[in-house]
Design a protein around this ligand. Structure first.
Ligand SMILES: *Cc1c(COP(=O)(O)O)cnc(C)c1O
Ligand SMILES: [Zn+2]
Length: 391
């Protein structure tokens, strides 16, 4: 018998409870991000980690800790657990413990955006949505368009004009209405706001402006815990744009401790950003709890070109709670890292993923990563979507 332990939605700032069975975007009281809340006490006695882990390598095996009404609503493109590879050349170079990379290039549509959008589109579909819309810096667009097509929903995407061609092409192939604007994802978001006024039935699946993409990204935390036999690495370096993955992993760790699956030890969460768009790095360094809009954001690591993340306060809170840090990386250094790791390891980082390699170097030089620390990097997309970045 299927059982989800999902209870309701709760505001990440004012704590107001909201119904979990209604279609909601953000907190009705204060407008901030809503988080899905679970009946951890019942799940603690009813849900054994070994049982969940034995559910094969499907992403959907975490269903009891996901918010679906029924497994029959799942909109799937064949999501699987992604591999973790060891990169010994980096261990030797930086003098750390084992360095691993979790390779999300293997997800449908070639990026980890599939995790969030598989969940958001499935849940929106379950709640009766017929048309989704989204501003995107690139990979979220492709994933949203693919899952919407799979669900038989309409899809409108707005992206910056200089979004990688591969992302625009995939949206067209999936039948989405793709519009291009001058500027960044922030300008695309303004355009979506305008369009929503004319189309009141469209549902906006922007990062953290609806609660379920986060739940999809949360599986990153569950999955890596299982892959590391329930002993989390000491350091996690995450290429941060809107922050869903970072916030999602942290949420998963909290839930798993509540479930009795892991202990209280937590990795240091390190954000890597592009030097041409590093609002989180700046806010972290200045001790601020929110970031400022980053003017003239530029980087070829398109997933990181987010001048102001909607849930920046949750990203910054997570980094601080974990005792982590944040580093800015130039595109040149990232490209160099792509070439080095490619040659030495047979592993091809995407630009965003490559920033984690350079951030690791900066963190070790700063004495921030201990000599025996186990480190997990994230490669968040398929490098083939960014032709010419490092060559
Ligand atoms: C979106 C994206 C990121 C940033 O992810 P967030 O969870 O929004 O911080 C990193 N890498 C790639 C390839 C992306 O598409
Ligand atoms: Zn609120």
């Amino acid at each position: 018998m299927y059982r989800s332990y999902f209870k309701h939605l709760e505001c990440s700032v004012c704590g107001t409870q909201h119904s979990g069975s209604e279609l909601l975007a953000v907190c009705k009281t204060c407008g901030k991000a809503l988080l899905a809340s679970y009946d951890i006490a019942s799940a603690r006695s009813g849900l054994r980690r070994e049982e969940v882990a034995s559910g094969g390598d499907s992403f959907w095996k975490y269903l009891p800790m996901l918010p679906l009404r029924s497994p029959s609503s799942i909109v799937s493109l064949g999501e699987r657990m992604t591999p973790i590879l060891r990169l010994t050349s980096l261990e030797r170079k930086f003098g750390t413990g084992p360095v691993w990379v979790k390779d999300e290039a293997m997800m449908p549509t070639g990026s980890f955006k599939a995790r969030g959008l598989a969940l958001a589109v499935t849940r929106a579909h379950e709640l009766g949505v017929r048309h989704v819309c989204l501003p995107s810096a690139g990979n979220a667009a492709g994933a949203c368009a693919a899952y919407a097509a799979r669900a038989g929903m309409g899809c409108t995407i707005v992206v910056p004009k200089d979004t990688p061609a591969a992302n625009i092409e995939e949206c067209r192939i999936y039948g989405a209405d793709v519009r291009q604007v001058d500027g960044t994802i922030s300008d695309a978001a303004n355009e979506i706001q305008k369009l929503k006024k004319e189309h009141s039935d469209w549902f906006d699946v922007s990062t953290l402006k609806e609660p379920y993409r986060l739940e999809g990204k949360k599986t990153m935390g569950y999955e890596l815990a299982e892959q590391f036999s329930w002993n989390l690495p000491d350091v996690i370096i995450y290429p941060t744009g809107g922050g869903t993955g970072l916030i999602g992993m942290w949420k998963a760790f909290g839930e798993m401790e509540g479930l009795g699956w892991i202990g209280p030890a937590r990795p240091k969460m390190i954000s890597s950003q592009a030097a041409g768009c590093a609002p989180i790095v700046k806010a972290f360094a200045e001790g601020k709890s929110e970031s400022e809009f980053w003017e003239h954001a530029h980087t070829k690591a398109s997933g990181l070109r987010v001048p102001k993340a909607f849930a920046d306060y949750l990203i910054l809170r997570t980094i601080r709670e974990s005792g982590g840090s944040a580093f800015a990386v130039t595109d040149e250094r990232a490209a160099e890292a792509v070439r080095k790791v490619g040659k030495q390891e047979g592993f091809f980082f995407c630009p965003e993923g490559a920033t984690t390699v350079v951030a690791l170097e900066q963190a070790t030089k700063a004495g921030f990563v201990k000599r025996d620390a186990a480190v997990l990097l994230w490669n968040t997309a398929a490098a083939a979507k960014y032709p010419g970045f490092a060559s």
